[in-house]
Design a protein around this ligand. Structure first.
Ligand code: PRP
Ligand code: URA
Length: 209
């Protein structure tokens, strides 16, 4: 069974509370999402392997540690996942970025695939799949299946707000994928929106309400 990591650092909790407030506009919402993605990225990359290299300081030769050759890829689920890319890139500027396009059918709440473009060597990379909302879990499960079909073996999923239903669905379908979230909310409502949640993340990021 994969692990659910709730990254509830006070700064993250504070910023998320501002995002949840319906009075917060798109500009602040976007900025806060980017900041939280960066703060969460710090935790999410905590176990990256290090390797030794020999360097010379101005004083002497030494064996120093660097992040090992295993490269990263950041893969946002469109649209809302885009809001988390820059924050992660500021931590790992050399990470490649892939895109997976999925939207939820408004009637069935099931994800519909419309785009997939990934780095050519995605199977050799540690993949961070990002989407602010883990609601029913349908989108995350499908995106993870798409990544695995293209050879990805080391994947972690990062979201902002998760519903228990979505966590259970991802853990059942992809028990090898750890989930990182800033908050585990109460439940889904009859429209499969997270309660209390923050509304429609894509609409709030892009001002399409
Ligand atoms: C939202 C969100 C997730 C999905 C979560 O996207 O960004 O991708 O819903 O719901 P699920 O866990 O029930 O699948 P949406 O489908 O609204 O598309 P958008 O980002 O393009 O607005
Ligand atoms: N997608 C969102 O953007 N918000 C929710 O609460 C559920 C799905």
């Amino acid at each position: 069974m994969s692990t659910l990591h709730v990254i509830d650092h006070p700064l993250i909790v504070h910023k998320l509370s501002i995002m949840r407030n319906k009075k917060t506009g798109s500009k602040d919402f976007r900025e806060l999402l980017g900041e939280i993605a960066m703060l969460m990225g710090y935790e999410l990359t905590r176990d990256l392997p290090l390797e030794d290299i020999v360097i010379e300081t101005p004083i002497t030769k030494m064996t120093a540690k660097t992040v090992s050759g295993k490269k990263l890829a950041i893969v946002p689920i469109l649209r809302a996942g885009l809001g988390m890319v820059e924050g992660l890139q500021s931590l790992v500027p050399v990470a490649k970025v892939g895109h997976i396009g999925l939207y939820r059918d408004p009637e069935t709440h099931k994800p519909v695939e419309y785009y997939c473009k990934l780095p050519h060597d995605i199977e050799d990379r540690i993949v961070i799949l990002v989407d602010p909302m883990l609601a029913t879990g349908g989108s995350a499960v499908d995106a993870l299946t798409m990544l695995k079909a293209r050879g990805c073996k080391n994947i972690r999923f990062m979201c902002l707000v998760a519903a228990p239903e979505g966590v259970a669905k991802v853990q059942e379908a992809h028990p090898d994928v750890d989930i990182f979230t800033a908050a585990l909310d109460e439940r889904l409502n009859e429209h499969a929106y997270i309660v209390p949640g923050l509304g429609d993340a894509g609409d709030r990021i892009f001002g399409t309400l």
